[in-house]
Design a protein around this ligand. Structure first.
Ligand code: MG
Length: 226
């Protein structure tokens, strides 16, 4: 049994922060919802509708330098490039309990075949989305260095070939809207992460592949699949 405490690193000081709950958005980019042949959560008569939320355990975190181990459960391991928000405590005296402390680059690794089987039966996605190492992340940059998180260019390539190219401006629910929504349901705590959804272009990887994710203003992260 592995007893390491999952942490992420916050730059520039390199502080190690223990990871709490990992909240993830499903179908937060319309083009990705369409490529999954799924209903876009939004455009309803009452506004944007409700976001689709699922969770990963802290043990899903995988730090750069470690490989993504191809799980034996699947024949279809997919990459999903996502902007990730790291939550910290609210400033003293402020009404909000939490704020965004930093932003990072995340990969919402997905067992697509397992997920499709569960979706068809209306069953939970926990195995398809929450397995060990299903949340590779970069180091986090301070939120103050990303004053406008809604206009960041996102690029993911596999073995040097561009697979995903989008903008955080295409999110249906913004980071602030997601936090506001989650706060009404869950007690958000410092160290929690929010994976904000993926643009279109998701696809499979196989052992030997090199995945590089880039988000403007944050940097670049790479992971090898083994
Ligand atoms: Mg995702």
């Amino acid at each position: 049994m592995k007893r390491e405490t999952p942490t992420v690193r916050l730059l520039p000081a390199g502080e190690e922060i223990e990871v709490g709950t990992i909240y993830c958005l499903g179908r937060n980019y319309a083009a990705h919802a369409r490529e999954m042949n799924a209903e876009v959560p939004g455009n309803t008569a009452v506004g944007k509708g409700e976001p689709i939320i699922f969770l990963k355990p802290p043990t899903a975190i995988l730090r750069e330098g470690k490989p993504i181990r191809y799980p034996s459960l699947t024949k279809s391991l997919h990459h999903e490039l996502e902007l990730v928000a790291l939550l910290g405590g609210g400033p003293p005296g402020a009404p909000a309990d939490v704020r965004v402390l930093g932003y990072g680059i995340g990969l919402d690794m997905t067992l697509r075949d397992v997920q499709e089987r569960m979706k068809a039966k209306g069953l939970p996605w926990a195995v398809a989305k929450g397995f060990d190492g299903s949340a590779p992340v970069s180091d986090f940059v301070p939120a103050e260095s990303i004053p406008d998180p809604v206009h960041l260019e996102m690029r993911l390539s596999v073995n040097g070939r561009l697979r995903q190219h989008g903008s955080t401006g295409d999110m249906i629910f913004t980071v602030d809207e997601i936090i506001s929504y989650l706060s009404g349901i869950f007690t958000l705590r410092p160290g929690d992460l929010i994976f904000t959804g993926t643009p279109s272009g998701v696809g499979p990887v196989v052992p030997g592949d090199e995945i590089v994710g880039e988000i403007s203003g944050i940097g670049r992260v790479s992971f090898r699949v083994e």
